[in-house]
Design a binder for this molecule. Structure first.
Ligand code: GDP
Ligand code: MG
Length: 162
């Protein structure tokens, strides 16, 4: 069975950048402004011969109104479909109220999620991550998606080995 990995988190935390690294494609639009990918996007990747599906989402803002409501619906749909849920946060921005609301939504979904602290480049990754301890996730990965850092070791731990 091919595991399905969903990428969720606030807009602009780096989900599409990670998607592109994982699928080695330019399929998911990466932009400097939040909320561009409004629906969910599927890609295929492989790590050490293990195939996986990754779903990029527009993101959750925690305050789901208007356009955000559709983005949220798509993100929560991706969570439903996934075997592995990656909740991405921005290690530069630090913990935001939106992150806390999304963590709540994920808890309520009943699906176990892993915390992924992105943008750890140019700072001490452990200090960047410490801001997010209060979210109470058991499993945390530190990555820099745009630098392709930490992604392989994350996949190593997440994917079943043959
Ligand atoms: P999304 O809205 O969550 O899909 O975020 P994007 O993938 O579109 O990225 C938003 C911005 O963050 C873009 O300008 C990316 O280049 C930048 N970004 C993504 N990953 C990293 C990273 O690891 N380090 C830094 N410094 N910037 C990053
Ligand atoms: Mg995106």
């Amino acid at each position: 069975m091919t595991p399905v990995i969903a990428l969720v988190g606030r807009p602009n935390v780096g989900k599409s950048t990670l998607f592109n690294q994982m699928t080695r494609s330019r399929d998911a639009l990466v932009a400097d402004f939040p909320g561009l990918t409004r629906d969910r996007k599927y890609g295929e990747g492989t790590y050490e011969g293990q195939r996986f599906i990754v779903i990029d989402t527009g993101g959750l803002t925690g305050d789901e109104q208007g356009l955000d409501a559709e983005m949220a619906r798509q993100s929560l749909q991706a969570v439903e479909e996934a075997d592995i849920v990656l909740f991405m946060v921005d290690g530069r921005a630090g913990l935001t109220a939106g992150d806390e609301l999304i963590a709540d939504q994920l808890r309520r979904s009943g699906k176990q999620a892993h915390l992924v602290v992105n943008k750890t480049d140019g700072q001490d990754p452990d200090i960047a991550a410490s801001d997010f301890y209060s979210l109470g996730f058991d499993s945390t990965f530190l990555i820099a998606a745009s630098h392709n850092r930490g992604i392989r070791s994350m996949l190593e731990l997440l994917l079943p080995s043959e």
